[in-house]
Design a binder for this molecule. Structure first.
Ligand code: PHE
Length: 454
């Protein structure tokens, strides 16, 4: 028997707390760092359209499925499947999720470390009077170093572990509630500056005027991977968080709030980045450095840029933190409930293992840059395997589980709070989880991997 049978489970304290914690998980580097750079590499507007379609047809049903599995089972990602499908292999979906958590946090903590370096650079006013090339070199020489990026990655992992040890209500909820809204305000200020730069129109056209002839099979798979990554889906993060949601809370409402917030922030990040990218003549396909080169450029063009840069990179680091704690929580909840470790031990163990993996990700921009596996450096291998393979595959099995294994009756009971809420949309949901989402994921998957071509 796991120890959660003896101690009451920690729960989120308020309705806003749930939305803030789940949105805190969803909104992070995925929106502000990854979305612009992946959209930039995959043609802009057409990528955005496909991404939005995936959010609606796949993201929403997968998110509601994850919440209902977690809240019904009151367990971690693996334990939930074991409880709802005893003796069946469904728990392997949770195992895949825990594996994905290791991979994601290993490269996520690398980039989060970069944001801390950029906080430090903001403090010392390091961007002042630098042109595009100098900012580019500054970023390049930092990430290709050894000790500095590793140092910040360690600091970031320590912060993440520290909050996770504090537990759900005291740790996770407290921090997300205040800082997320502030981040949104900052991004809106950046958008205003970016679109008023001379020559910014081309950037808006790049993002909002889709050119479908530029859309490759790779881009479609990346859009799917990005939808999963950005909404924190497919690896049991929201199963785990769902297990902390009270029985009277409205799951569907939470899903709509969280995905709307996540999507709006990704688009706003695009609006902040692309006009400036074109105004400064930066290559939109620049890659992982895109925001780290573009944003300091914008700050320099703003009155009070010193102050804004500092505040922005602090908030970005915090957004990364509220996401990384949700990734670590997947592993920790599993270690605590299934392996009966104390929360502190579980956190230290998980964080240390992930940090070891993370070292390879960080070094793949420097001394390990010629080590590649399947043609990808370690960082890209972790990202591709987790985001484009494990998460969509996890999502596929999660909707199959809810649609076909649990079935309409029990899912309806869970989502309607045992019949209290009226669910006019339920037939649509069941249709999406049974047919649309699995079919779409399967199709994109085999198409994106090049197994079929139209
Ligand atoms: N959604 C987070 C982001 O956009 C990353 C994340 C992925 C968090 C998967 C949890 C699980 O930054």
């Amino acid at each position: 028997m796991s120890n959660s049978d003896f101690t009451p489970r920690d729960n989120f304290g308020s309705k806003f707390g749930i939305v803030a914690a789940a949105a805190g998980s969803a909104v992070g580097l995925g929106n502000i760092w990854k979305f612009p750079y992946v959209a930039g590499q995959n043609g802009g507007g057409a990528f955005l359209v496909v991404y939005l379609l995936f959010i609606i047809a796949i993201g929403l049903p997968v998110m509601l499925s994850e919440f209902s599995i977690g809240r019904r089972a009151q367990r971690n990602a693996i334990g939930s499947f074991k409880k709802l499908a005893p003796g069946k292999p469904w728990y392997l979906v949770g195992v895949m999720g825990v594996a994905a958590a290791f991979l994601i946090l290993s490269f996520y903590s690398a980039v989060a470390g970069w944001t801390l370096e950029y906080v430090a650079k903001s403090v010392t006013n390091a961007f002042a009077e630098k042109n595009e090339t100098e900012l580019n070199n500054m970023f390049g020489s930092f990430i290709s170093g050894t000790w500095r990026p590793l140092f910040w990655q360690f600091i970031f992992m320590i912060l993440t572990a520290w909050i996770v040890v504090a537990g759900v209500k005291k740790g996770i909820e407290k921090y997300t509630k205040i800082l997320m809204p502030l981040l949104v305000v900052m991004i809106i200020i950046l958008c205003i500056r970016s679109v008023t730069l001379p020559g910014s129109g081309e950037g808006l056209a790049f993002l909002f005027r889709p050119d479908f002839s530029a859309l490759s099979a790779d881009a479609v798979l990346s859009a799917l991977g990005q939808a999963f990554f950005s909404l924190s889906l497919g690896m049991g993060t929201l199963i785990t968080y769902g297990s902390y949601i009270g029985k009277n809370d409205n799951l569907t409402g939470t899903v709509l709030h969280v995905s709307a917030a996540d999507t709006i922030i990704a688009i706003l990040a695009g609006v902040a980045i692309f006009p400036a990218v074109f105004a400064f003549g930066i290559d939109p396909g620049e890659g992982p450095g895109l925001v780290f080169i573009t944003l300091p450029n914008i700050f320099q063009q703003m009155p009070g840029g010193y102050f804004f840069a500092l505040l922005f990179f602090i908030l970005l680091a915090v957004a990364a933190l509220t996401s990384s704690i949700s990734v670590l929580e997947v592993v920790v909840a599993y270690f605590v409930e299934e392996l009966n470790l104390t929360r502190r031990r579980a956190t230290i163990l998980a964080a240390s293992m992930i940090t070891v993996l993370g070292v390879f990700c960080t070094l793949s921009f420097g001394i390990m840059s010629d080590v590649s596996i399947f043609g990808l450096v370690f960082f890209d291998l972790m990202d591709f395997t987790a985001s484009n393979l494990l998460l969509p595959l996890g999502g596929f099995f999660i909707v199959m589980f809810v649609g076909w294994f649990l079935g309409a009756g029990p899912s309806r009971k869970e989502i309607s709070n045992e019949g209290i809420l009226k669910l006019g949309y339920f037939p649509v949901f069941i249709f999406l989880v049974r047919f649309v989402a699995p079919f779409a994921i399967a199709l994109v998957f085999i198409y994106g991997l090049g197994l079929i071509r139209f």
